[in-house]
Design a protein around this ligand. Structure first.
Ligand SMILES: *Cc1c(COP(=O)(O)O)cnc(C)c1O
Length: 338
């Protein structure tokens, strides 16, 4: 048996999800005629209290569509130094939108309203025009850390007072909400756009939705087409996402519980020097000088356990829908014997 903890994107659709997908009603979504995609967009928008949604093939595309729709070339986008939009989207914000990042040093991926205030530019002919603030919740490179609503409220206030749009990269927003118990409607009130991924912890095979006002989604829709993301009978995929919203949110707490147990076991291993607090489903740790991340990955790999080296000395593990209690026991043993 292979146990894959590299990412929560490795999940396969459950038999029930597949059945639901096969029974989907579909149409041509470029003509807005796919009933399943329309349903998913409306359903997701309603959860967050936004006017409209747009289904895209990936979270990279929802983020990039949002950045393009919010900015003009030459603008500056405020984000954390660890942000996915800056580190893991192929330089997309420069390539697709001609904007540059203004990086902020947050606390495990989360920054404050004060930090936004410190870096946003006043108007001057020679300064880049700051136009967008992007927060990530949970933070991927921050080890699954999450914001509290009060902090997001303050960021939203500063952003809007200075005419900046606020985008939420909510690839794992439901992981955050699972821990805080806060309402997605509150996030909808504060953020001008929200990207939600279905192919992460929610366990769908493909897809993300971007949310915003009717006007914003109109712009994003045009951008999606020009990026090549206008799909036709994509409703089979949207159906998986609908199924995930209905069935897979409540179980995210299991992923968090298993991640905490794994974190505690890992801490007893003398090769592990340091670990980010395990807040949701991501575990990131640093190895002592005696062993490289590559070697550590190999050692577990020999026991059919896959984990990611995210740096020379850092390793990441992510729990998900296809990681069960019996697998957890196997991994616990392997870590103790490594
Ligand atoms: C995974 C992820 C995305 C989107 O990634 P895709 O693989 O393009 O779907 C965006 N933001 C964060 C924080 C992510 O972890």
């Amino acid at each position: 048996m292979l146990i894959d903890l590299r990412s929560d994107t490795v999940t396969r659709p459950t038999p029930e999800m597949l059945k639901y997908m096969f029974s989907a009603r579909v149409g041509d979504d470029v003509y807005k005629e796919d009933p399943s995609i329309n349903e998913l967009q409306e359903k997701t928008a309603k959860i967050f209290g936004k006017e409209a949604g747009l289904f895209c093939p990936s979270g990279t595309m929802t983020n990039q569509c949002a950045i393009k729709a919010h900015t003009q070339p030459g603008d500056e986008v405020i984000c954390d130094v660890s942000a996915h939009i800056f580190n893991y989207e192929g330089g997309g914000m420069a390539f697709n939108s001609g904007v540059q990042a203004k990086l902020v040093n947050g606390d495990r991926g989360r920054f404050t309203a004060k930090q936004v205030e410190e870096v946003l530019h006043p108007q001057a002919d020679w300064l880049p025009r700051t136009s967008l603030v992007c927060i990530e919740n949970t933070s991927n490179r921050g080890g699954g850390s999450y914001y509290r609503l009060q902090d997001v409220k303050e960021i939203a206030e500063v952003s809007h007072k200075n005419n900046l749009a606020l985008h939420l990269d909510g690839a794992r927003i439901f992981n955050a909400l699972t821990e805080t118990g806060e309402s997605p409607l509150e996030y909808g009130k504060l953020c001008d756009s929200i990207s939600v991924c279905f192919s992460k912890g929610l366990g769908a095979p493909v897809g993300s939705v971007i949310l915003g006002s009717h006007e914003f989604i109109g712009k994003a829709r045009r951008v999606r087409k020009l990026f090549g993301g206008g799909m036709r009978q994509g409703g089979y995929l949207a159906a998986a996402a609908i199924y995930a919203l209905d069935n897979h949110i409540g179980r995210l707490k299991e992923d968090h519980k298993r991640a905490k147990i794994l974190g505690d076991v890992l801490k007893t291993n003398s090769m592990i020097l340091d670990m980010l607090p395990v807040e949701t489903n991501i575990i990131i740790f640093t190895l002592s000088d005696g062993i490289t991340a590559e070697k550590f990955v190999q050692l577990l790999g020999r026991q059919n356990i896959l984990v990611s080296a995210t740096g020379k000395q850092t390793v990441r593990m992510v729990t998900h829908l296809d990681f069960t209690d019996p697998m957890l026991e196997i991994v616990e043993k392997a870590i103790k014997n490594i």
